[in-house]
Ligand binder design. Structure first.
Ligand code: C5P
Length: 222
């Protein structure tokens, strides 16, 4: 019997960082490599799902059989994710979405002038929060990178954003966080800490997270 617990399920994964334009040649972004999200997409595909990967700019290869939708800004990611949410069964929101974007995106390159320069930023929509509020049957998994008070912040995010599971990593730890091939995570649900597996490769952690989400989603349907 094939080991495909996600057979027939539609899985949406977001990955990578968003790019917030200042002008035609400048932007704000972050250190997200996309590795965790791409590993999630690959694991979900291997476990039988139809996988759509909404990704910020990334040099990573698209896992075989996965449909990638390339996005740049948080607003762009928001639109692409929302458009697909209705048909989705499980969402993994591994993207590092910029919290703010420049209030205006200039059409011409900004010129050098004064000794200081202020760029006004405005808040981006929180995509995970919007999904948490819009969800009906969807199983929603959020991610959080923290540098301190990991458990407290993670639990707060899970409750505020109404996700079913939240995967937190302490990016200040060796072998964890942006760019690395390994990760150390702590997985929460509304009741608190569910699991704190040891340091593993992102591929192994991805498979673990996807299996956990799949079995919980299945339990809920019974
Ligand atoms: O940035 P933050 O730590 O709040 O991210 C936690 C979770 O929320 C992540 O899953 C991230 O993808 C998601 N998020 C989002 N839209 C934002 C900010 C974060 O979907 N604007």
């Amino acid at each position: 019997q094939p080991d495909t617990p996600l057979q027939g399920r539609n899985v949406l994964v977001t990955a990578g960082g968003t790019v917030e334009r200042i002008d035609p040649v400048r932007y704000i972004t972050n250190d997200s490599s996309g590795k965790m999200g791409y590993a999630i997409a690959e694991a979900a595909k291997r476990l039988g799902a139809n996988v759509t990967l909404v990704s910020g700019p990334s040099a990573l290869p698209v896992p075989a059989g996965v449909e990638r939708i390339s996005v740049t800004s948080a607003l762009d990611m928001y639109d692409k994710v929302m458009a697909r949410f209705e048909k989705t069964d499980l969402v993994f929101k591994a993207a590092a979405v910029a919290d703010y974007r420049p209030a205006e995106q200039r059409e011409q390159k900004m010129k050098k002038s004064g000794e200081t320069l202020t760029i006004e930023l405005v808040k981006n929509p929180d995509i995970l929060q919007a999904l948490g509020e819009a969800k009906t049957r969807q199983f929603v998994v959020g991610f959080a990178a923290e540098t301190e008070r990991v458990d407290e912040y993670a639990q707060g995010k899970l409750l505020r954003k109404k996700c079913d599971l939240l995967v937190a990593n302490d990016v200040s730890m060796q072998g964890a966080g942006f760019g690395t091939d390994t990760n150390v995570v702590r997985i929460f649900d509304a009741g608190g800490l569910v699991e704190a597996p040891p340091m593993m490769t992102k591929a192994a952690i991805a498979e673990h997270i996807v299996r956990l989400a799949a079995s919980r989603q299945q339990m809920r349907q019974q």
